[in-house]
Ligand binder design. Structure first.
Ligand SMILES: Cc1ncc(COP(=O)(O)O)c(C=O)c1O
Length: 330
């Protein structure tokens, strides 16, 4: 939903560029190096979208026929058009976990025995913060346990950190500490960070080398993409600390929801996402979401009478004042 700001556009217009398919775009190279250093890894690859970064993370660390363990509520399982299965020949093994966190005690049974009847389990994927989990932050100790478990079983770990910056700002835990608990990480610049395009997949040198083949195969090789990468540099310089404001505004949205009879928050509000249920059947759900839309408040309606609201850098405290007044009148 965010629009690149005038200053971001200006920075983009001044970007130095080369040809990234030939590997000589200086702005893309510096972004990749910057992200690898930030996460404490060897290498990174710039791609157009979070979907491609996730796909590259999975495909570069598995073989067709392998199985990937993830939670059934995650983005990869629900919203990436089955790419891991179609393109990577992977079987996804969804687990039930409250709020999108993997149930640790059930993990040992989810790993397939070494036997020709079964697919080979090769990777665990986690999502932090969790989109359908209402922006919740993966508890750090649980991530540590997942990673320890994975290493014990010789499995790779991918972190869909599309919104990892939100977790970093909310917890004060640095990127590098999260980076140490995954073998590959996707970070998106097109969400709370406000860039128009772009994600990076960060990992070790060998995995990123394989990912570059996949990116090319998928048509994700871009030429003078330094113009786009410059927006990501700008976001890193200017739009990370300010995520705390989005979190504050989301908590105000959450409080306004809690005040309203018939509405229930589905998850505690920890970052910039608020998901709630319109549980009271006497409220016409379609009319409710239409009324919000007509009032200029864009929300996402889910099945099960649920609604998602996201705060971001184009949402101001005055917008939340307005939201509160609309809600009290509904
Ligand atoms: C957690 C998560 N991962 C990945 C993606 C995919 O990003 P993109 O829309 O850039 O493909 C999203 C998009 O909303 C997301 O929320």
């Amino acid at each position: 939903m965010t629009r690149p700001s005038a200053d971001m556009r200006k920075a983009m217009s001044q970007a130095q560029v080369g040809d990234d398919v030939l590997g000589d775009d200086p702005t893309v190279i510096s972004l990749e190096e910057r992200m690898a250093a930030l996460l404490g890894k060897e290498s990174a690859v710039y791609v157009p979208s979070g979907t491609m970064a996730n796909l590259l993370g999975l495909l570069s660390q598995t073989r067709p026929g392998d199985e990937v363990i993830l939670d059934g509520n995650c983005h990869i399982f629900n919203y990436e058009a089955g790419g891991a299965s179609v393109i990577g020949g992977l079987q996804l093994h969804p687990m039930n976990g409250p709020d999108g966190f993997l149930p640790l005690e059930e993990l040992p049974r989810a790993v397939r025995p070494d036997n020709i009847h079964h697919p080979h389990t090769s990777l665990i994927s986690v999502e932090n913060t969790h989109n359908r989990g209402g922006g919740r932050i993966y508890p750090f100790e649980q991530l540590e346990e997942v990673y320890r478990f994975a290493k014990d079983k010789n499995l790779r770990v991918h972190m869909d950190g599309a919104r990892l910056a939100n977790a970093v700002v909310a917890t004060g835990i640095p990127f590098k500490k999260y980076g140490a608990l995954a073998d590959s990480i996707n970070i998106c610049f097109s969400k709370g960070m406000g860039a128009p395009v772009g994600s990076v997949m960060i990992s070790d040198r060998e995995t990123v080398k394989r990912a570059r083949y996949w990116r090319k195969r998928l048509g994700g090789g871009m030429r003078q993409s330094g113009i786009l990468a410059q927006a990501c540099h700008y976001a890193l310089d200017n739009n990370i600390e300010r995520l705390a404001e989005d979190h504050l505004l989301a908590s105000r949205v959450g409080a306004a929801i809690e005040k309203k009879p018939g509405l229930t928050l589905s998850f505690p509000v920890e970052t910039n996402i608020v998901i709630f249920r319109v549980g009271d059947e006497s409220i016409d759900f379609e009319k409710f979401t239409k009324d919000l839309e007509n009032a200029g408040i864009r929300v996402l309606a889910f099945g099960n009478r649920s609604v998602r609201i996201v705060t971001h850098l184009d949402v101001s405290p005055a917008d939340i004042d307005y939201f509160e007044s609309v809600m009290s009148g509904l």
